[in-house]
Design a protein around this ligand. Structure first.
Ligand SMILES: NC(=O)c1ccc[n+]([C@@H]2O[C@H](COP(=O)([O-])OP(=O)(O)OC[C@H]3O[C@@H](n4cnc5c(N)ncnc54)[C@H](O)[C@@H]3O)[C@@H](O)[C@H]2O)c1
Length: 253
């Protein structure tokens, strides 16, 4: 897909990976709906895009609310006259929710998995009205490997991985390509604000997984999956190869 002139909705675009994806897509000439719960952060990203000569609007959206999602995708058509790209990226992290008796883990499932399924369903319905489109879901390496400290998070991301793989058929039937990125440890507020996330702990985790990605590295993977018309149902790993360098690869797992 040639991104220039297309219109995109990115959830979780007020921060981290989503913010970088919004900036990169706008730089390539897409008009962007910056969708997030965080209004102040989202409006800041819209201003950044505008200052760089791009086009974006903010839409407050709680991805766990089906109505919010439907209005957000509809707003893309209202503002830009089209809807070609959806990045279902909003997500939350956290440790040890499995042991948590407060029921907080269900919120993680709602945001990280149920909302991705719901958003994909609505985006596909909208895209079927037109010539097709590209959807990229943000999963995680935690969806491919065990995460003893975050089993619920790992389960949600494994769900996103296999959900995405199962939708490869939409490419042939409706010209809608659904793919996913699986980033490893990435330097974003999600990890910086995590429980016990001291600089020392972050560096220790980074050493354990071989380094830490920058959110722009992951956003570049998202852009690649949107642009590459051969990819459908693909799961792209984005990992640190060596130090600050990173590797992107799509392979069977
Ligand atoms: N940072 C990492 O190490 C890492 C690794 C693998 C995967 N991921 C995934 O990448 C995605 C983006 O995470 P990030 O690291 O950029 O985090 P981040 O905290 O910087 O950004 C997440 C954004 O999602 C928004 N959000 C949270 N709940 C929402 C809701 N209910 N509705 C709408 N927006 C909501 C937040 O306001 C925030 O702006 C997540 O799905 C995360 O699980 C992150």
């Amino acid at each position: 897909m040639d991104i220039k002139g297309k219109a995109a909705v990115i959830s979780g675009a007020a921060s981290g990976i989503g913010r970088c994806a919004a900036l990169q897509l706008a730089k390539r000439g897409a008009s962007v709906v910056v969708a997030d719960l965080d209004e102040a952060g989202g409006r800041k990203v819209v201003d950044e895009i505008g200052a760089a000569g791009g086009i974006a609007v903010f839409r407050r959206c709680d991805v766990t609310q089906t109505e919010d999602l439907a209005h957000t995708f509809a707003s893309c058509v209202e503002h830009f006259g089209r809807f070609d790209i959806a990045c279902n990226n909003a997500g939350i992290g956290g440790d040890d929710l499995f042991e948590d008796t407060s029921g907080a883990w269900t919120r993680m499932v709602d945001i990280n998995l149920t909302a991705v399924i719901d958003a994909t369903r609505i985006a596909v319905r909208e895209m079927r009205r037109g010539p097709g489109g590209a959807i990229v879901n943000t999963a995680s390496m935690g969806g491919l490997l065990p995460m003893p400290n975050s089993p619920v998070y790992a389960a949600t991301k494994a769900g996103v991985v296999n959900f995405t793989r199962s939708l490869a058929y939409l490419a042939e039937q409706h010209n809608i390509r659904v793919n996913a990125v699986c980033p490893s440890f990435t330097d974003t507020p999600l990890v910086r604000k995590g429980a016990g996330a001291t600089e020392e702990r972050i560096q220790e985790l980074a050493r354990l997984v071989g380094g830490i990605l920058q959110p722009d590295d992951v956003a570049a993977g998202i852009v690649e999956l949107i642009e590459d018309d051969t990819k459908a149902g693909a799961i792209m790993r984005v990992t640190v190869a060596k130090g600050r360098d990173f590797a992107r690869e799509v392979r069977p797992y």
